[in-house]
Design a protein around this ligand. Structure first.
Ligand code: ADP
Ligand code: MG
Length: 675
């Protein structure tokens, strides 16, 4: 008897080799196979007589092939196959491109279904590359995302086999929730998402599965939040803030003060703070973090500040230790590359409470890092960590306050949902005197002038970046790859200058070394892909050239541009693009004219759609199988209400009817941890 957890290898039709192919895509159980949903559907119903087909809309006709299939070699790599088909009402000429296998399988005299758009004229219709199916299928056919060795048809057959075996899968949604939200049963949804008998049922099934996915996500997040609740281990007095401000060589902005105030409200409330600080690049999040650490120390509590990379951790350490020293706060750095001995000394001082503030990387998460009285946990660039990771750090204290910081400008309403377990503060103001970055848009005809312009900056002692798009394998477009470009420039336009290369395929150590050399001014010009660290602060870098700018998302361009204009020098960003399409131009104009990360994010959303914008890397949530956090906002809300409700009724989710839900949530946590 099959169950959801049966190894995929034991499904009829799956051998050892196929099992391996399926497991490559994470389909290792029958349950996972059934939750692998079609990406599209072909509706073969509603066959029209050829003579009645409207032009330029998707139609299905049923026609008999009445001519041989003629082959035309157009040129190398391009073969056309042409034939004529008829029904009682008319004639259609069908053309196929390069589909040799399909063309050879067609038989003159047999009847087929053709689905596609009709062109031609009223007498003779034409169809280019239609979907073709033999016989008289009269349903909706699922189309699965195929990969090497596994076709859509194979998946369809396997899924049909699994469904027909009468497999029992528990319904994650209790009946009461289904009733309140008019959702169909899991069984119905599962059958119809794969093999819908009509579009309406398909819609219902989809809605049900979307609801389920968003419900599990939100229940999971709320569950995490609840687990952290309780009484705060430390309550602070806020009157230390003026003293902190005295240690700074600048004045806090109004927004920084407000956000610090919001955090201190939390930290003096008796409950643990659980807050997200969103602030555009350069808005000064580090100072907010430093203020809170300072105040925690003044109240006798330890703090931990975690950053995603060593270089960022070091940078933060440099900033906060300068402040800390001047007021007797003991501060330490903990990263993976330190020697065992160094690490053990620091760990000891955290355990016995000697060190007030530790700045570090993932190294802080290891089991043997213990604190005497950890009261505050801050995670920088939160989207680089999984949800559960900040939980691990927090668990090293007794209900410590937690703060996460992010420069990823997610529109506020959405942030509330994505970070459902967090309160949100926004730093919506830049420090005064911040350079306005001049942004220009030019075509590649300007390269000579651009190089000369860069050299002028370098000669004045400044530094700069040239950013190239990531080059993916089997890329056919003519774009500049970072390493080739580096080689060309090194011995050409920038011979005699100290130039460096940074890209994602380099080992982490190597990347770190290059970034460090750049920060220290040893490298004058850095040729890089987008791996330039978010958050890296090199005030001497004042010029950035972005090649093939049309290949980047707007938010990405904005984040990149945020690497310059961080000091007292005039900064310039040059976008190079030969793209001619109006849409692309419009996008690039947005970035040229606007420097508000939130506005840019909104534009990005409008122009590109949510799929691109919200890759899982952007927010630390797992990829959704079927739900779309934007498009399904309404369902998201309904599912959120139910998530709250179920946790009120059964806080530990231990009731038998919630067993399925609990299983799904554990699976989700496992995924969150892999992020
Ligand atoms: P981000 O929010 O991107 O992390 P940082 O915290 O790195 O920004 O701050 C960017 C730069 O601005 C740093 O060099 C920092 O010293 C400086 N800075 C922060 N706050 C202020 C302020 N209120 N006035 C002037 N400079 C500031
Ligand atoms: Mg930062």
């Amino acid at each position: 008897m099959l169950t959801a957890s049966t190894d995929i290898q034991y499904l009829k039709g799956v051998g050892e080799k196929r099992a391996e192919l399926l497991k490559k895509k994470g389909i290792d159980t029958v349950g996972a196979l059934l939750r692998f949903y079609p990406r599209a559907y072909l509706d073969w119903r509603g066959v029209l007589p050829i003579a009645e087909c409207p032009f330029d809309t998707e139609v299905t006709v049923k026609a008999r092939i009445v001519s041989p299939v003629k082959t035309n070699y157009i040129r190398k790599g391009m073969t056309l196959y042409k034939f004529t088909a008829e029904d009682e009402t008319g004639t259609v000429i069908v053309t196929l491109f390069n589909q040799k296998f399909l063309a050879q399988s067609l038989r003159e005299g047999s009847e087929y279904l053709f689905r596609g758009k009709c062109g031609g004229n009223l007498l003779v219709r034409e169809m280019s590359a239609p979907e073709i199916k033999e016989g008289s299928y009269n349903g909706i056919e699922p189309v699965y995302p195929a990969w090497e060795g596994i076709s859509s048809k194979t998946l369809e057959k396997l899924i049909a086999t699994a469904l027909e075996s009468g497999i029992e899968m528990p319904d994650v949604l209790p009946e009461s929730i289904r009733e309140r939200n008019s959702l169909c049963s899991f069984k119905t949804a599962l059958k119809n998402i794969h093999f819908p008998s009509d579009p309406e049922l398909l819609e219902r099934s989809k809605r049900r599965l979307v609801f389920e996915e968003l419900f599990v996500l939100q229940t999971g997040l709320a569950f995490l939040k609840k687990r952290r609740r309780g009484l705060a281990g430390c309550t602070v007095k806020r009157n230390l803030l003026p003293e902190f401000e005295k240690t700074l060589d600048f004045e806090l902005t109004g927004a920084q003060k407000r956000v610090i105030g919001e955090c201190l409200d939390d930290m003096s409330s008796g409950r643990p703070m659980n807050r997200l600080v969103q602030g555009d690049v350069g808005s000064g999040k580090t100072a907010v973090a430093a203020a809170l650490c300072f105040i925690a120390a003044g109240n006798g509590f330890q703090s931990a500040l975690m950053a995603p990379t060593e270089i960022l951790a070091e940078q933060h350490f440099a900033t906060v230790s300068k402040i800390a020293e001047s007021c007797g706060i003991k501060c330490a750095l903990l990263t993976g590359s330190q020697t065992k001995k160094q690490k053990s000394i620091i760990k000891e001082s955290l355990k016995n409470g000697e060190t007030d503030l530790v700045v570090g990387t993932h190294a802080l998460l290891t089991e043997d890092v213990e604190f005497q009285r950890l009261g505050l946990v801050i995670t920088d660039e939160q989207h680089r960590f999984g949800v559960e990771q900040r939980g691990i750090l927090a668990s090293k204290g007794n209900n410590p306050h937690t703060l996460v910081m992010s420069a990823t400008p997610i529109p506020r309403t959405l942030g509330l949902i994505i970070y459902g377990d967090l309160d949100i503060s926004v730093i919506d103001e830049y420090p005064r005197g911040r350079q306005v970055i001049d942004t220009y848009l030019v075509d590649s005809g300007y390269h000579r002038r651009i190089y000369a312009y860069i050299r002028k900056f370098l000669d004045e002692g400044r530094q700069g970046y040239i950013v190239c798009p990531l080059v993916e394998e089997n890329e056919t477009l003519d774009i500049t790859s970072a390493s080739e470009y580096y080689e060309t420039l090194k011995d050409g336009e920038f011979a005699g200058y100290r130039i460096g290369l940074l890209h994602g395929k380099m080992p982490a150590k190597e990347k770190d070394k290059v970034m460090r050399a750049f920060a220290a001014g040893e490298i004058q010009l850095l040729i890089a892909t987008t791996v330039i660290e978010v958050g890296i602060d090199v005030p001497n870098a004042v010029i950035m050239v972005i090649e093939n700018a049309e290949r980047f998302g707007l938010s990405q361009l904005h984040q990149l541009r945020g690497r310059i204009g961080r000091g007292k020098y005039k900064s310039v960003c040059i976008l190079v693009s030969d793209a001619r399409s109006g849409d692309t131009k419009k996008r690039l104009e947005v970035i040229k004219n606007c420097r508000d990360g939130f506005k840019i994010a909104d534009e990005d959303l409008k122009l590109r759609g949510p799929g691109d914008f919200l890759g899982s890397r952007q927010h630390g949530l797992p990829d959704m199988k079927i739900a779309d956090i934007f498009a399904d906002r309404k369902v998201l809300h309904m599912a959120g209400v139910e998530a709250q409700r179920i946790l009120t009724d059964d806080p530990s989710l231990s009731a038998p009817e919630n067993a399925g839900l609990r299983g799904e949530i554990s699976a989700l946590y496992r995924k969150l941890n892999q992020n």
